[in-house]
Design a protein around this ligand. Sequence first.
Ligand code: AMP
Ligand code: ZN
Length: 115
Amino acid sequence: MSHDPNCIFCKIIAGQIPSKKVYEDEELLAFHDIHPWAPVHVLIIPKLHIASMVELTEAHAPLLGKMSVLAPKLMRELGVSNGFRTVINTGPDGGQEVYHLHMHAMGGPRPWLKG
Ligand code: AMP
Ligand code: ZN
């Protein structure tokens, strides 16, 4: 399924739910996390609905590569200059709450709320 009408991140991509966007192209969207753990906390998502890393195939490798390359670029643009953390939570034991693949990118001066 390329789009799940019940998925909150698919609704953000479709503009049905507002978000504070920081980046968008044909394949990816990035926006500020609604409950930030760190002074800067963005989520990088593919526009394609992929529920989690468990669903990934070899064909998705370039997409994941693009997400990884985007993270440092966005951190730099958002003023993060002393390092950052990237996290992808997968499944119940991984603490995944939203089942549309997303990479957290967090930075800014510590202390942070979590992580
Ligand atoms: P995870 O536990 O990795 O699935 O993280 C889901 C993240 O999505 C959490 O950090 C939430 O704060 C964030 N989140 C949920 N709904 C929204 C939303 N409407 N806009 C921005 N971030 C959201
Ligand atoms: Zn989705």
